[in-house]
Design a protein around this ligand. Structure first.
Ligand code: URA
Length: 435
């Protein structure tokens, strides 16, 4: 086979065979195909697309490009995983993983760091002093046995083809291809040993997919890839026009997740986690319907068992559990400034994109991969779209460690806020479920 022939075939709208895709993935992973030819192929895929069959083959080939985790000897029944396409204030994993584990279903999750205005679970976990996100494979497996819950970082040996391809896509304008996004996400889940997958596909101004149509298209493709590869897959399309919950920023989000695990916390975050847990418990075979899964999961918030699971996980991964018992002791920013409304009315916009960008300005997120972040800073919003607001009511609070950044972050957050005199409906939390 010659790389140039495969590029020409895709460039001219042809359909690559499974063996051509496997060959291409193997050879670019080993470095035998130079980056410029991988870039050309990415661009050909970007413009010509891939059939669902080709995308599934690409996913499986990338999943097998390095080590794969096989947890079936440790986890009785179906190994179920969850993935979010990313959003502002999305601390779902911190709440959901302990809930599902408290229901008796093992959660062994590989998570990532944040980039741009979307946060990353690993950064949030690192706001807990001592918490180790880099585990060896032996430590990962031992913790599953001991606690039934582990959330850790990805080793470079899992799906290395995806890591390599993503770096090239990132600098060649070829990230925004559904076939490439879907295969990238799903290959990492397959490599991490998932036998069933619940996808949280976000849509809205703060999401990767801003329109519902685009989110549905991506969700359908990922569900098809899962099903075609023998993995039950469900996608929940959820709102990302405003932040999830109130807190945006690492330590602030950990605090909010702890409140939620204690049976309090923001209603939207609680409801979202209960719904996602229902799907995970259903796919795992623990319950026979999503609603009974949600019912079971909501009990873990009331009886303290989910909170107790978080303590177990934090302790197993070297974190200091005193911060889970006393989250107010987590790192706090020096400057706390609350912005109030000047007018009466109804909140019609609390742009997730603006709140996310404001959090990055404060240092809660990173623009480039290796930028340092400040775990204490961020923004807490006080209103949700549809809320009735009186002049003088708080809109959001900035938590900053650098006074020079406060004005720019405030300006960015305010640019995302709109208040109308007529009544405004609340935003739906979920738009659709694709299965
Ligand atoms: N997230 C991924 O893991 N891959 C993509 O291509 C886009 C988002």
């Amino acid at each position: 086979m010659r790389t140039i022939d495969l590029i020409l075939k895709k460039r001219d709208g042809g359909e690559l065979t499974n063996s051509e895709i496997e060959w291409f993935v193997q050879n670019f992973t080993s470095g035998d195909i130079p980056d410029y030819q991988v870039a050309a192929m990415s661009m050909a895929i970007f413009f010509r697309g891939m059939t669902t069959r080709e995308t599934t083959d690409l996913t499986v080939a990338m999943a097998h490009s390095g080590d794969t985790l096989d947890l079936s000897d440790l986890i009785p029944g179906v190994v179920v995983d969850k993935h979010s396409t990313g959003g502002v204030g999305d601390k779902t994993t911190l709440v959901l993983a302990p809930m599902v584990s408290a229901c008796g279903v093992v959660v062994a999750k590989i998570s990532g760091r944040g980039l741009g205005h979307g946060g990353g679970t690993l950064d949030k976990l690192e706001a807990i002093p001592g918490f180790q996100i880099q585990l060896t494979s032996d430590q990962f497996r031992a913790q599953i046995k001991e606690t039934g819950i582990v959330v850790a970082g990805q080793s470079t040996s899992l799906a290395p083809a995806d890591g390599k391809l993503y770096k090239i896509r990132d600098v060649t304008g070829t990230v925004a291809s559904n076939a490439l996004i879907a295969s990238s996400i799903m290959s990492k889940k397959f490599a991490a040993g998932a036998q069933a997958i619940v996808l949280d596909v976000k849509t809205g101004n703060g999401a990767f997919m801003t329109t519902l149509e685009d989110a549905r298209e991506l969700a359908e493709l990922m569900v098809a890839i899962g099903q075609n590869s023998g993995r039950s897959t469900v996608a929940v399309i959820s709102d990302m026009n405003q932040p999830l919950g109130y807190a945006v920023g690492n330590a602030l989000e950990v605090r909010e997740a702890i409140e939620t695990l204690r049976g309090e916390g923001p209603p939207d975050l609680r409801e979202h986690c209960i719904r996602m847990a229902g799907h995970m418990l259903h796919l795992s075979g623990k319950v026979d319907s999503v609603s009974s899964g949600s019912e079971l999961a909501s009990k873990t918030l009331k009886d303290g068992s989910a909170f107790h699971k978080l303590i177990k996980m934090v302790s197993a991964q070297g974190g200091d559990t005193k911060y889970i018992d006393n989250p107010e002791q987590l790192d706090q920013a020096e400057i706390v400034s609350t912005i109030k409304s000047h007018q009466d009315g109804f909140l019609s916009r609390m742009g997730a994109i603006n709140i996310g960008k404001a959090a990055v300005i404060l240092g809660a997120g990173r623009e480039r991969k290796n930028d340092p972040i400040d775990l204490a800073v961020g923004i807490v919003v006080h209103q949700k779209v549809g809320s009735r607001i009186n002049a003088g009511d708080p809109l959001f609070t900035i938590h900053a460690n650098n006074s020079e950044k406060v004005a720019a972050a405030t300006k960015e957050a305010l640019a995302g806020i709109e208040i109308k005199t007529e009544k405004v409906s609340a935003l739906p939390l979920h738009y659709d479920v694709v299965e």
